[in-house]
Design a protein around this ligand. Structure first.
Ligand SMILES: Cc1cc2nc3c(=O)[nH]c(=O)nc-3n(C[C@H](O)[C@H](O)[C@H](O)COP(=O)(O)OP(=O)(O)OC[C@H]3O[C@@H](n4cnc5c(N)ncnc54)[C@H](O)[C@@H]3O)c2cc1C
Length: 383
């Protein structure tokens, strides 16, 4: 991120109590919680539009977590981002596609009349005299607090090996059904890799999946670590079983293009050949790297946060979404990170001396307020 100098600041246009950056699942969800506390002078900005990351998923990719209309007994739909809301009920779909979920997020932004400012790419953030300056190419927005909710999807990992630029990341695929070729090689065998393999195999292609570890036999019950039930079920599909070869403990060292053949070389010098561009399913760096100057870094590279998900070094700078980490707890699914929206909203509302007791009661009642992390862990058959 550019540090810039004051002479270069674009015109200051507007000033807010809170600006939420990113109108994805986290940004829309935390904006609704902020609105529920009674804060009025806030803004939700997005470089594209509400739900832009979901809208750019490959057409065939679906949610792995199921939606079910369980709200009537106080169990919030797993894919809901707001109290009382159920994507299952409103969409009648159990595993929505990214595009369907983007439409759902837009309908929530409309329903709650959130103050959304789209086509607003934040290219730099600085703090001057207790307020944040958020720069775009054309203006500078001012805020007392920022909630960074810019997600991970638009910040993919390129793989970290020689020749990775010859590959195509799964986040750049528009539709697996339209990919040319009949033999595919996927680097990375966690959710995105298995998703890609499933669709390509169903279309009659042969697929090889290489992973440095062995995600499909991971013993953990935490879906942030092990494959989801949805993916395990897909792996039982006849076409998956006949067309997909899984290679565990197979770390890629380099990719080269010789003539019209890609050579994928692993650390033990095995060479896999493919005529089609290898697919990278190597995950995401995450947008928190973009604001790393505003957070202390944990040893694992994720931002260090207070118990309110605020920066430990820059007061007023909050983080929401899948990059939130506390000790060993990973908040990378909606049903996990949504439980921190109210914590952030409460912290900001309290700084403006707004009462939050009723708000907290409501969020606790819906299982949307997780402040005691000692209860979190893995499912355990013997407990
Ligand atoms: C293939 C796949 C399947 C998944 N399946 C599930 C699932 O079944 N269940 C589940 O819970 N999770 C699932 N996830 C994870 C889930 O999609 C993410 O955790 C979720 O999208 C995170 O939401 P977010 O709001 O943090 O980020 P995003 O949805 O990426 O939203 C971030 C927003 O910020 C905007 N933005 C980014 N940078 C800037 C900037 N500098 N200035 C302004 N705006 C900016 C973007 O345009 C975007 O709209 C899946 C992820 C993938 C990749």
């Amino acid at each position: 991120m550019a540090t810039g100098d004051d002479n270069a600041l674009p015109e200051i246009t507007e000033s807010y109590d809170v600006i939420v950056v990113g109108a994805g699942a986290a940004g829309v969800g935390v904006a609704i919680a902020i609105q529920h506390t009674g804060i009025k002078n806030f803004l939700l900005v997005d470089r594209e539009s509400v739900g832009a990351s979901f809208a750019s998923w490959p057409d065939e990719t679906r949610f792995i977590t199921p939606s079910f209309p369980s709200n009537s007994i106080g169990m919030l739909d797993l894919n809901s981002i707001a109290i009382g809301v159920s994507p299952a009920f409103s969409m009648r779909i159990e595993h929505p596609t990214g595009k369907e979920f983007a439409t759902h997020l837009q309908s929530l932004a409309d329903y709650f009349e959130l103050p959304v400012k789209d086509k607003t790419d934040i290219i730099a953030i600085e703090k001057h005299e207790e307020v944040f300056h958020l720069k775009t190419n054309s203006e500078t927005l001012i805020a007392k607090n920022i909630v960074w909710a810019a997600g991970e999807y638009q910040y993919p990992t390129q793989g970290g090996f020689i020749g990775s630029e010859l590959c195509i990341h799964t986040s750049s695929v528009e539709r697996y059904g339209e990919m040319d070729g009949d033999d595919f090689l996927i680097i990375g065998g966690y959710e995105s890799g298995i998703d890609a393999a499933y669709h390509l195999a169903r279309n009659g292609n042969n697929v090889q999946v290489l992973d440095a570890n062995c995600p499909w036999s991971e013993e953990s019950s935490d879906p942030s670590i092990a494959l989801s039930t949805f993916s395990f079920e897909r792996m039982l599909d006849d076409k998956f079983k006949s067309n997909v070869e899984l290679y565990a403990e197979t770390r890629v060292k380099s990719v080269t293009l010789e003539g019209n053949t890609y050579h994928v070389t692993t650390e033990d010098d095995t060479i896999f050949e493919t005529k089609t561009q290898p697919l990278l399913a190597t995950g995401f760096d995450g947008s928190h790297k973009f604001v790393s100057h505003l957070f202390e870094e944990r040893p694992d590279g994720f931002p260090s946060l207070t118990e309110q998900d605020e920066s430990t070094i820059v007061p007023g700078m909050f983080l929401c979404g899948p990059s939130v980490r506390h000790d060993g707890h990973i908040f990378c699914f909606i049903f996990k990170f949504r439980q921190r929206f109210a914590i952030v909203a409460q912290a900001i509302a309290s700084s403006f001396k707004l009462p939050t007791e009723e708000f907290i009661e409501a969020y606790k009642g819906w299982g949307m307020y997780l402040d005691d992390l000692s209860c979190c862990g893995q499912e355990c058959l013997s407990c």
